[in-house]
Design a protein around this ligand. Structure first.
Ligand code: EPU
Length: 349
């Protein structure tokens, strides 16, 4: 099958925000056998935007360049011994599908990351994380092709330089396309309950010695109770990152608002505090606010939602006003967690 290349392609069904926009060119990679065709197809633009499940992107306007949609499939167990089980999944696999598959195979470690929308290939880009676990905790390695040179290389966790919602893929450098990811799972992983909410949900359900399946169920239940389902209400999960501020800055805030959630973090190698963007946004009065079809979710202030016909411009307009009011009140500049494409003025790094 030849590579699919569509000009002036509609993107509405390819992003969970459900925003209407067009891409000048949309290339869909279905099989690795199509890779030899890919580089010539990208000759005019060797740095396409790579799209997985479209669950962490806001199309702020039409995209003048090329979008490369990755739909490579396949999951397998590579090795299974005393050191653990190495599971390999192709970049286009659905992340939650992999979580379910691994549990069914009695391979544990992904429970806390259940129900995160998106694809396997997108997971290392922003080092997905939830409920006390990040991808980097279970990551083994990945294979990526350099779209410039055409060479494929294997990257270790150290090579990927994972951070909070961050990795080497977000920084300037070679144009790498993730082809497959390998995870180190376990036959015996103990339940990871460091995030109190999951322990509380299990306790409330009367589960004393939770199995990994119990943890995954609790995570699903907690997520469903507080995060809107993108299949019903357009959204891209957390729109902003939780800001990391100096200990002194956090101290000032906490003196005034002792109840503000805050967690240990590191900023430029120095002990700092991570604050809750949702709390800051809610404190500025934005929770549940609706402007036309663009809004701030009524249950979780970190999630912007599209009630139907909101445009990318309307959503980024709302985000800009939220950011300005958080900055004015707390002197904290929120950064987008979702990818903004094209990057609007004032939202660059
Ligand atoms: N909070 C508020 N107002 C709200 C929502 C939350 O004050 O409207 C407070 C909560 O009471 C809590 C704190 O904010 O004290 C943190 O809330 P939550 O546990 O929901 O987590 P979060 O920091 O807002 C992060 C991730 C989520 C992940 C959860 C659970 C980021 C940007 N987001 O959210 O990831 O599911 O932790 O681990 O780090 C995503 O990336 O799309 C995403 C949903």
């Amino acid at each position: 099958m030849t590579l699919s290349i569509v000009r002036n392609a509609p993107l509405k069904s390819l992003n969970t925000f459900g925003v209407a926009a067009n891409a000048a060119t949309l290339i869909t990679l279905e099989h690795e056998a199509q890779l030899p065709e890919l580089r010539p197809a990208l000759a005019a633009e060797p740095a396409p935007f790579v799209l997985g499940g479209g669950s962490n992107v806001l199309f702020t306007a039409d995209v003048p360049g090329t979008i490369l949609r990755v739909r490579l499939r396949g999951v397998r167990i590579v090795s299974d011994d005393a050191r653990g089980v190495i599971v390999e999944a192709a970049a286009g696999e659905d992340w939650d599908g992999l979580v379910r598959w691994s549990l069914a195979q009695h391979c544990y470690g992904l429970e806390n990351l259940a129900l995160i929308p998106g694809t396997v290939g997108a997971a290392p880009i922003q080092n997905i994380g939830a409920y006390g676990v990040e991808l980097s905790d279970v990551f083994d390695s990945l294979d990526a092709i350099d779209l410039g040179s055409g060479k494929t290389a294997t990257l270790s966790a150290a090579d990927c330089a994972f951070g909070y919602r961050d990795s080497i893929f977000k920084r300037p450098g070679p144009n790498r396309l993730v082809l497959r990811v390998r995870l180190r799972l376990s036959r015996t992983a103990p339940a990871r309950l460091s995030h109190g909410e999951i322990g509380q949900a299990l306790h409330a359900a009367g589960v004393d010695n939770p199995t990994p399946a119990d943890v995954a169920d609790a995570v699903r239940q907690v997520r469903m109770s507080k995060l809107p389902d993108p299949a019903r209400l357009g959204n891209a999960g957390s729109f902003f990152k939780n800001p990391i501020v100096s200990a002194a800055h956090a101290g000032q805030l906490l003196a005034e608002y002792p109840g503000a959630p805050n967690y240990p973090a590191v900023l430029a190698g120095v002990a700092a505090r991570k604050l809750s963007a949702a709390w800051l946004i809610e404190a500025c009065g934005w929770k549940g606010v609706r402007e036309g079809d663009a809004g701030v979710d009524a249950r979780h202030a970190l999630v912007l939602v599209n009630y139907g016909q909101a445009t990318g411009a309307q959503l980024i307009g709302l985000a800009t006003r939220i950011r300005a009011s958080v900055h004015q009140r707390f002197n904290i500049r929120l950064e987008a967690e979702a990818v903004l494409l094209p990057t609007p003025e004032g939202w660059g790094p």
